[in-house]
Ligand binder design. Sequence first.
Ligand code: GDD
Ligand code: MG
Length: 346
Amino acid sequence: MQALILAGGKGTRLRPLTVYTPKPIVPFLNRPFLLYQIEILRRAGIENITLSLSYQPDKIEDILGDGSDYGVNLRFITEPSPMGTGGAYKFAASDIRETTIVFNGDILTDLDISKVVEFHKSKKAAATIVLVPVENPSAYGLVETDPEGKVLRFREKPKPEELDELTTNTINAGVYILEPEVLDLIPKGENYSFEYNVFPDLLSNQKVFYAYIMQENYWRDIGNPASYLQGHHDFLSGKIKGFEIGKSAKAEISHTAFVDKTSLIAEDCIIKPNARIFNSVIGRGVLVEEKAIIENSVVWSHTRISSNAEISGAVIGRSCYIGKNAVVSKGAVLGDKTSLTDYTKI
Ligand code: GDD
Ligand code: MG
């Protein structure tokens, strides 16, 4: 069994963070995001993982290397142009033809994949899709099942008027187990989508198509800034368990500065006297000057926060400069190298 991570999207909704950093490797708790997916695959004994890339592939390959640092073998496949989710699977897996676990590359979850594999085998399914209940299903792929878990209907991003006639709130969690026969439904060399094409095709061809419904595990798509930030808060407050987040980095923190217990400070940071940091993640080599306040925020590496600046509920990219007494308020998302003049309020 092998895994394929779909990591070729442009990350448009996460802009400006994804202008210089493709979504699969945006720092999450100061580590490239895909490491969390690689970790849960490795835990389930899946060591051969292919990354299906299209946008800024070299950056992803450079950061993750051959996977040996993480106990897996990584293979990278780059599409000449984006082929859609199903097309990317055909492009990457057609020469392998073995059971494949497919992952959307922006899903944060602590799902136990071995349980899904067990379920898939017990149903002798051609395809198994993991579902998760959510409050507002309109931004996702809505999936209706019968009481035994057989998939009855798949509707990608239903319109508000369609939602009324749908009777469920379980959505596609972006994790599938597929047998090679699914490859035969996908035309070669064409742009093809799991959501709009392959899943409806499975149903019309009466393939054995089952859904595994997640019950207790954590799940989130981190593909927009608010969700990316919320994922950090969920981690810091202990809602996601079982991942090492290494709290013992070597940073220089003044004895009159205050950093609360939930915050995470990476190595080579300098936190100056009377600065205060609450419920935030601070990347490597960040300088926080006197009396600056950072709360409920994520700050990427090598950014400088000048004295008396106040940052609240924001995501600040790499190598930014936040001037003295500047105020960055809730919901702000600053791309790499943003510079804010002293006293700016946003
Ligand atoms: N290689 C490759 N090629 N990857 C792609 C392509 C492509 O052409 N298009 C998208 N991807 C990757 C993205 O990088 C991402 O990891 C994943 O496929 C899903 O794309 P998104 O753009 O994030 O889709 P979404 O979030 O709107 O919807 C999908 O995920 C939802 C769960 O978060 C759908 O699968 C929904 O049905 C699902 O509910
Ligand atoms: Mg997504």
